[in-house]
Design a protein around this ligand. Structure first.
Ligand code: NAX
Length: 336
């Protein structure tokens, strides 16, 4: 039998937590053969909601679920963890300046990074979902000097999936016929969803859509989809965010080809994840930025050699400029 894997979820009493936990425990994260030990981290105000969810998890009698612990203690939460899903964060409140937001999150992700450094398993993989996700991942990595920095990532898979979904609807094609879409930069409204290397059944997407549609509809709609969901649904993205978190971690562990939507069609397909830059595509090394990536042997590899046209270059640079600003701001605050 496979060895149990310890999965730590922060913000476990929140909305995305509720949408994630049952999928994790049912085997959708790591497959139908891998037993799970769940650690649910909350702050005191969220602990009761997490404890209630833990009761429901018990009531599902999931065969793979070996244990469930709810805790408000960082060391307990991250002791021996293999997979860390950092969802809980401090949302922007009314009148809150960006500096206040970065400061508030620095006090969350710094100590969490340190606890991962101290107690996590050697193979730990971390994905930050809580916003501002890229910079929160940067902060966590900075507090975990003994953990290779490539183990710290931030989620842009929801943006990637949104781009696929909108493109498929526009072209009236199933999502599975699309490949080669990329989200570049920050998980924010400056992100750049790039279809210049994308294909539909081997036909370049740029032959199927015009530049005006890309520029005026597709790009802004993907980038502002979170706000659209809030406007229409009356609440932020929850199940789609949980789904993207599952996609990200499942493929990181199991390879890009694992699961329903990650087949590597003739080498043109990849997905998107925010990873620590190695300087590829002119993104300064050390920034946590979204790239086209494939998961190979359990590691995210940035897809190399894509030609970047001027249209894309200015948009990638604009989003990276925002990441640089955020990095400089958290540096000035002494958070990294
Ligand atoms: P909720 O407010 O429902 O849940 C967040 C939970 O985190 C709360 O229960 C809170 O008590 C807990 N929490 C806060 N600080 C904590 C800490 N230091 N340790 C442990 N738990 C802590 O928000 P939810 O809708 O679940 O969203 C969670 C985060 O995901 C938000 O930051 C949100 O902005 C972010 N999102 C990121 C997305 C992405 O694609 N990267 C998309 C969806 C989502 O907007």
């Amino acid at each position: 039998a496979a060895k149990p894997v310890t999965v730590t979820l922060t913000g476990a009493g929140g909305q995305i937590g509720y949408a994630l936990l049952f999928r994790i425990a049912s085997g959708q994260l790591l497959g139908p053969d891998v037993p799970i030990r769940l650690r649910m981290l909350e702050i005191p105000s969220g602990a009761a909601a997490a404890a209630g969810t833990a009761l429901e998890l018990q009531d599902c009698a999931f065969p793979l679920l070996h244990s469930v612990d709810v805790t408000t203690d960082l060391a307990e939460a991250f002791d021996g963890t293999n997979v860390a899903l950092l969802v809980g964060s401090r949302p922007r409140g009314p009148g809150m300046e960006r500096g206040d937001l970065l400061q508030a999150n620095g006090t969350i992700f710094g100590p969490q990074g340190a606890a991962i450094n101290e107690g996590a398993a050697d193979d730990v993989r971390v994905v930050v979902v809580g916003n501002p996700a890229n910079t929160n991942a940067l902060i966590a990595a900075a507090h975990a000097p003994d953990v290779p920095s490539d183990r710290f990532t931030a989620l842009t898979r929801l943006d990637h999936n949104r781009a696929l979904g909108l493109l498929a609807a526009h072209l009236e094609l199933p999502v599975g016929q699309l490949s080669g879409v990329t989200i570049w930069g920050n998980h924010s409204a400056t992100q750049y969803p790039d279809v210049f290397h994308a294909q539909a059944n081997g036909t370049p997407i740029t032959d199927l859509v015009d530049e005006a549609w890309l520029q005026n509809e597709f790009i802004p709609r993907v980038a502002k989809r979170g706000a659209e969901i809030i406007a229409v649904r009356g609440g932020s993205s929850v199940a789609s965010a949980a789904n993207a978190t599952i996609d990200h971690m499942r493929q990181w562990v199991g390879g890009t080809g694992s699961g329903r939507d990650g087949s590597d069609r003739d080498g043109v397909d990849w997905t998107s994840a925010a990873v620590v830059s190695d300087g590829s595509y002119g993104v300064p090394a050390g920034l946590v930025s979204s790239f086209p990536v494939r998961s190979v042997n359990g590691c995210w590899e940035i897809v190399q050699g894509l030609a970047i046209e001027e249209f894309s270059r200015v948009r990638i640079d604009a989003s990276v400029a925002e990441l640089i600003e955020e990095r400089d701001a958290v540096r000035a605050l002494g958070l990294i």
